[in-house]
Design a protein around this ligand. Structure first.
Ligand code: M6R
Length: 612
């Protein structure tokens, strides 16, 4: 949700900012802007509604913005429609400061009224502009810009990652963070800020993650960081393990397709280090045996696709652990009265590790005494840092808004976690443990064979891309899998789709099935295959066309019933959704492609949802 990049050094800032914004565009793409400051020209700003390319074209037609210190921003609008004026950076009334902001200033109305009374003229409808205006107003009444920054931060309520430029300090960039991601990049004679590492990875892999309440002052010579009381602090440095190619399309038409294709490797990286001689090993877990025995209830809290991982996990984990598992939408959990206490294990799942609802739910669960174990992809993210234990998915950077490889790796890790806990608690059936671990090792290879059938999914997409409504049905694990298949489709192709537990159809939804309705029937869960067949027959009897997904061993039986049959290799039932999800991802991808949709950047969405 909004991307920030900032640079100060010896090079021209604008090309570095634009390249950084290109990699951050997935975080928001309503508008984009840059600001640079130089001793000769002061603040120079260009910003406009639309994709980054619109800004690039605009800049190309203008005399260059000169300066070696600057900020860039790509916006996902919250307050104020996407237009040129509401784009960032925002400049104060007299042009002394420019600000980029990610997050929401909750008390902006009150601050705006205060400043209006003081005669400050506002230009935009955004909450963010109040930061720039309040900074200039405060700066005019105090000794230096840092005094002003601390006074302003003291007044702000809500969430922010801020980048600040001031004409009085043209070689300095100031950054502040509360509840929105921001990292610092240490270069050779240059310093950076960014919402995530993809924006600066071409320049440095040496980063530090800002914590809430911290303020950083960046110059070409280095970065000084202060805590909320303005005491200097030493930051721990981290080395980003992947390189710039991981954040590029590498010849693929879309990031989503590239990331789908990367799934075997992502799974291998996530699974292999944790599977030794047939045993699941989590060196990074600090859970003691006493902790494990204490838990009598497990919560899985997440949003979107990560929540769908939890839905699959519930079936597996309850069976492995014989313990109640509740799967909760983070946005609901945070405002409910969950029965979490010190006997609860709360698993928070998040690709970005920055989803605000998930972070708020984590904090709530923690305040109630729960043990927080997170499954996160982005190293050093807020959710990772605030958890008692973290299991990282090693999926690499995921750029497409629609998640694919993050979902797959989360799913594998959650299943492994359930089985691992069951083993330590003495509740695992040893034959099943051996069967699942053996299949886990084979998962990347089997997934590769699913990817090899991409043509079949493309063909089906060519038959059905012009439908305006699709139903996904399934039972048990297939029901949970259908939720993800349906989300993928609607997210990127804008086709209305619903996912139903197949047994629920006859309680209402079946009235929507008519001649030609497309039903995607999921029947990969062997134990309930016959039940799935009955549901397919029911919808077919009412005119539905059925694309069925099953396993290779059940394919012959399905072909006699469904309109079209797809199959994936057989594996242990607990892992079957890991293979089943791939045809659904590719089906959605090819449909969106046929419909000419902007696959990597679907309308109204953003990758990392750091607002409520
Ligand atoms: O970063 P997170 O996993 O916390 O994100 C949660 C959802 O916003 C995310 O899964 C979203 O639903 C995806 N765009 C779905 O493809």
């Amino acid at each position: 949700m909004c991307g920030i990049v900032g640079y100060t050094g010896k090079q021209a800032a604008v090309p570095i900012l634009l390249n950084g914004l290109e990699r951050l565009e997935y975080r928001g793409y309503d508008s984009a802007g840059v600001a640079v400051v130089s001793p000769e020209k002061g603040l120079q700003i260009e910003k406009c509604k639309g994709r980054l390319q619109v800004l690039r074209d605009k800049l190309a037609a203008l005399p260059p913005l000169t300066g070696s210190t600057g900020l860039g921003h790509t916006r996902w609008a919250t307050h104020g429609e996407p237009n040129d004026v509401n784009s960032h950076p925002h400049v104060s009334q007299n042009g002394q400061v420019a600000v980029v902001h990610n997050g929401i200033i909750e008390n902006y109305v009150e601050i705006k009224e205060f400043l209006l009374h003081k005669g400050v003229a506002f230009r935009s409808d955004t909450d963010s502009e109040v930061v720039a205006q309040l900074l200039e107003y405060t700066f005019n009444n105090c000794a230096d810009i840092m005094d002003a920054v601390y006074q302003v931060l003291d007044r702000l309520e809500g969430a922010y990652a801020l980048g600040i430029l001031c004409v009085d300090a043209p070689d300095t960039l100031i950054a502040a963070r509360k509840d929105a991601p921001l990292l610092l990049g240490y270069g050779d004679g240059e310093s950076f800020i960014a919402s995530d590492a993809t924006a600066i990875i071409a320049h440095t892999r040496d980063v530090a993650y800002m914590e809430d309440g911290e303020v950083a002052v960046l110059t070409a010579d280095g970065i000084r960081v202060y805590d909320e009381y303005r005491r200097p602090i030493e930051k721990e440095h981290h080395l980003i393990e992947w390189d710039v190619s991981a954040a590029e399309k590498g010849g693929y038409a879309h990031f989503m397709f590239k990331e789908i294709m990367e799934q075997p490797e992502a799974l291998r990286r996530t699974i292999s280090p944790r599977l030794r001689d047939g045993e699941i090993v989590f060196d990074e877990l600090s859970l003691t045996d006493e902790d494990l025995r204490r838990f009598d209830r497990l919560y899985i809290v997440a949003c979107g696709s990560s929540y769908h991982v939890g839905m699959v996990g519930k079936y597996d984990l309850e069976r492995f652990l014989r313990m109640p598992v509740e799967v909760c939408l983070a946005s609901e959990f945070r405002y409910s009265e969950p029965l979490v206490d010190d006997r609860s294990l709360v698993i928070v799942i998040s690709q970005s590790g920055e989803t605000l609802d998930s972070l708020a739910a984590l904090r709530k669960a923690k305040s109630l005494g729960g043990y927080i174990l997170s499954i996160v992809n982005v190293v050093g993210s807020s959710i990772a840092r605030e958890s008692d234990s973290v299991l990282y998915t090693w999926a690499g950077p995921e750029i497409a808004v629609a998640t694919t490889k993050a979902y797959s790796t989360q799913l594998a890790l959650l299943t492994m976690l359930g089985l691992y806990m069951a083993r330590r608690l003495g509740r695992a059936d040893s034959a099943e443990y051996a069967a699942v671990t053996a299949e886990l090792a084979l998962l990347p290879e089997k997934l590769q064979t699913v990817l090899a059938s991409a043509d079949a999914y493309q063909y089906l997409a060519s038959l059905y891309f012009n439908r305006d409504c699709v139903f996904f049905i399934g039972r048990n694990l297939d029901y949970a899998l259908g939720l993800e298949g349906s989300l993928k489709l609607k997210e990127i192709s804008y086709i209305h789709s619903e996912s139903y537990a197949a047994g629920e159809l006859k309680h209402g939804t079946i009235s929507l099935i008519e001649q030609g309705t497309l039903v995607v029937a999921l029947a990969t869960y062997g134990p309930l295959f016959d039940k799935a067949v009955s549901n397919i027959v029911e919808v077919k009897a009412r005119g539905a066309e059925v694309v069925a997904l099953t396993t290779d061993s059940l394919r012959d039986r399905m072909e006699k019933i469904a309109t079209h049959t797809l199959s994936v290799p057989d594996t242990h039932p607990a892992l079957q959704p890991n293979l089943g999800v791939v045809p659904l991802q590719l089906f959605a991808y090819y449909i969106a492609l046929q419909r000419g949709c902007d696959i990597d950047k679907p309308k109204n969405l953003a990758k990392s949802v750091t607002v409520e």
